[in-house]
Each structure stands twice: as C-alpha cells, then as structure tokens.
Design a protein around this ligand. Structure first.
Ligand SMILES: Nc1ncnc2c1ncn2[C@@H]1O[C@H](COP(=O)(O)OP(=O)(O)OP(=O)(O)O)[C@@H](O)[C@H]1O
Ligand SMILES: [Mg+2]
Length: 155
C-alpha cells in the first residue's frame, strides 16, 4: 500500500469519530500495539487520544500526560499507556521512562518525533495537519498488521 489514506476531519467531532473508529478497528486485546499521533500544537492529538481511550472503555477524564509522560489505563481490552513525549529532549530519556516495558499494553504516543526510531517498533502513524477547514489525518501503516488497520480506517 503506497498511497496511504488521508482523511478530512472538518471539525472536532470528526476527530472524535476517528478515535472511536480506531478503537473499533483494533483487536479485542490491544496489548502490544503502538500507535503514533503526531502533528503541530493544537492539531487534535489529545482529542483523538481521549476519544480512543474512551471508546476502549474508560469513563472519566483523560488528563494530558505532558508532565507525567505516561498515564496508564487498565481496561477490559488491555492496558493503555497514553504517552506524551513533548518534554523529552533526549531519546535516552525513554530508557528511564521504561518505554520498552510498556509493550504489555497499547502504547498511544503523542509527539513520537521526539524519539527518532520509534517508527521501527510502531504499528500505525496518524499525522494531523491543519487544513483550511479543520484538519487532515494522514494514516500510515508501519507494520503488516498496522497496514491492515490503516486500510480498514480508509474505508
Ligand atoms: N478536526 C478538527 N477541526 C477543528 N478543530 C479541531 C479538530 N480536532 C480537534 N480540534 C480542536 O483543536 C483544539 C486542540 O486540540 P488538542 O488539544 O487535541 O490538540 P493537541 O494536538 O493535543 O495539542 P497540543 O500539542 O498542544 O497538546 C481543541 O480545541 C479541539 O477541539
Ligand atoms: Mg495534546
């Protein structure tokens, strides 16, 4: 699949719908998956993450992990680690964060570009861009199963 899907997200509700669709498209057990959410400040990463975590069964607030770096959620479909690397200056900090050990759950990573090389171990990338009306979501599969997920999100 060389032409990755680009979805138009004209408003916040569309971003929320995409987050919910990701939750639906993932397998029942989400353990071991890594999804990357990139895009400029205010592009909608946390909106999408919040909708995804909510659709996986979490009720209640989804605070931004900007300061804690990781917020874990223990859900029926597996543990979700909501990770925000915005404040990570040196990729070595990931080691101290214990990032590799988080593969027991679904790693949902905002600002993945702070840690070059994350693409190699991830399944799917969603890149949010500003558009004249709302946002665009560029979806890219990074593993075979992620490519399958990307194809299903394009439908
Ligand atoms: N498709 C969309 N069209 C227009 N506005 C949107 C869309 N999706 C989200 N927004 C709005 O954009 C704003 C910023 O969203 P959000 O906080 O999720 O961005 P972010 O990428 O997490 O930002 P930051 O990098 O600063 O944490 C919110 O007000 C949200 O409602
Ligand atoms: Mg955010």
């Amino acid at each position: 699949m060389t032409d990755w899907p680009v979805l138009a997200l004209p408003d916040e509700a569309a971003t929320i719908t995409l987050g919910r669709r990701c939750a639906k498209a993932l397998p029942d057990d989400v353990s071991g998956w890594t999804l990357l959410l990139s895009g400029d400040l205010g592009s909608g990463k946390s909106t999408l993450a919040r909708a995804l975590i909510g659709a996986l069964g979490h009720s209640g607030p989804v605070p931004s992990p900007t300061y804690t770096l990781v917020e874990p959620y223990t859900l029926e479909r597996g543990t979700v680690y909501h990770v925000d690397l915005y404040r990570v200056a040196d990729p070595g900090e990931l080691y101290f964060l214990g990032f590799d050990d988080l593969d027991t759950g679904l790693r949902l990573v905002e600002w993945p570009d702070r840690a070059p090389g994350l693409d190699d171990t991830a399944d799917l990338s969603i890149e949010l861009d500003y558009a004249p009306t709302g946002r665009l979501a560029r979806i890219r599969g990074l593993s075979p199963r992620g490519t399958d997920l990307a194809r299903r999100l394009a439908l």
